[in-house]
Design a protein around this ligand. Structure first.
Ligand SMILES: [Cu+2]
Length: 359
């Protein structure tokens, strides 16, 4: 059932990806630039290591000799060697899996992704013994019980980052899906979002027609998954694009504080434009939720790399939407038992000890 992609397919997908960068631009250009930036940084670190390491060892040896500790030299020098090892580890893009944009992956990869979602919909719930519930429905459940606390506040982005990570891990552990998450870059199609390839009836989200959602927010109310297009004036058939246009997102990425960045309107345009389940706290019933949030995570990742002062740890704001208490990097991210709780600081680096992916 699970398709393994041949090398040639992967290369085809990469070629399609590169062609698109030339044609459409959008944020893929920014991603390429930031990736190039990281590669340059790694190369510089390598060069610095090669040049500086012998000097450092020489100096260390001299100091140890002078202080009469020559017999413990090897042992004491090892932390330095450990540091060096992390500097020369392979560039991030090869160490960790790359998350890709929906239209840049092959049709076969799109189908594998959809199969993984259908598979989660066929597995019993991990969180409840209710036979109507599935592994997939555990996610809207967590989002509506715990995740809603994080909306309109500082933990919004870290909480969803970890939520996506747990979802990705469950796709792998329950359904053998190795392909990684994909995202929907709405900036590439912002003036006609309703024509985005993610809505293609065959390769897009057609396979989910007729799916039943048991809850509507926290109310038990079994219904068919629903979705539509609606603009801010309530007219049907069209989604407002202004908040997700390349220009708007460019402005959001230039915001100087985390609090301003997390408070921007970019994440609301899609849920309100699609309506149905997507605008409730059980939004993850709609599989498109995960593509939308992976895009938000990608934008946060881009923004994080542009912070000259605090870097990846730039974080500030209120703990909850209606609280004056301030959030901290040591606050807990709760997954209601589906995965271990972690701290916000654990998810600030997507290539750290807990997470390993890139864009
Ligand atoms: Cu959410």
């Amino acid at each position: 059932m699970w398709t393994v992609n041949s090398k040639s397919q992967q290369y085809e997908a990469v070629a399609a990806d590169e062609a698109e960068v030339k044609v459409e631009g959008g944020f893929r250009g920014a991603i390429e630039n930031s990736r190039r930036g990281r590669r340059t940084w790694v190369l510089a670190a390598l060069l610095a290591t090669v040049i500086l390491l012998p000097l450092l060892i020489g100096a260390g040896y001299y100091i140890y000799q002078s202080s009469g500790h020559s017999d413990t030299y090897t042992e004491d020098a090892s932390p330095e060697a450990g540091d060096v090892k992390s500097d020369i580890s392979p560039p991030p893009s090869t160490r960790c899996k790359q998350r890709r944009e929906w239209r840049t992956i092959s049709l076969q990869d799109q189908q594998s992704y959809i199969s993984a979602v259908l598979c989660l919909l066929s597995q019993p719930s991990i969180l409840t013994t209710n036979s109507n519930q599935t592994t997939y429905s555990d996610f809207p459940r967590i989002h509506s019980h715990i995740g809603f606390n994080t909306h309109n506040s500082a933990p919004f982005l870290p909480w969803h980052r970890y939520f996506l990570h747990v979802y990705e891990g469950t796709q792998r552990s329950k359904c053998g899906y190795e392909g990684g998450l994909v995202y929907w870059d709405w900036t590439l199609h912002s003036e006609a979002l309703e024509h985005s390839p993610v809505f293609d009836p065959a390769a897009g989200y057609g396979p989910f027609v007729g799916i039943t959602a048991e809850y509507h927010d926290v109310k038990y109310q079994p219904h068919c998954l629903s979705r539509g297009f609606r603009d801010t004036e309530g007219r049907l058939g069209h989604i407002d694009w202004r908040d997700v246009s390349p220009e708007s997102i460019g402005e959001v990425l230039a915001l100087g504080s985390y609090e301003e960045f997390v408070g921007s309107r970019m994440h609301d345009a899609i849920p309100f434009g699609l309506g149905g389940d997507f605008e409730t706290f059980t939004a993850p019933y709609d599989p498109l939720f995960f593509l939308h949030y992976t895009q938000l995570d990608c934008l946060w990742w881009l923004w994080q790399q542009r912070q000259p002062e605090k870097g990846l740890l730039a974080y500030s704001g209120h703990k909850h939407g209606h609280s004056m208490e301030m959030s901290s990097l040591d606050d807990t991210i709760n997954m209601q038992g589906l995965a271990p709780n972690v701290k916000i600081r654990d998810v600030m680096d997507v290539e750290g000890e807990l997470l390993c992916y890139t864009y």
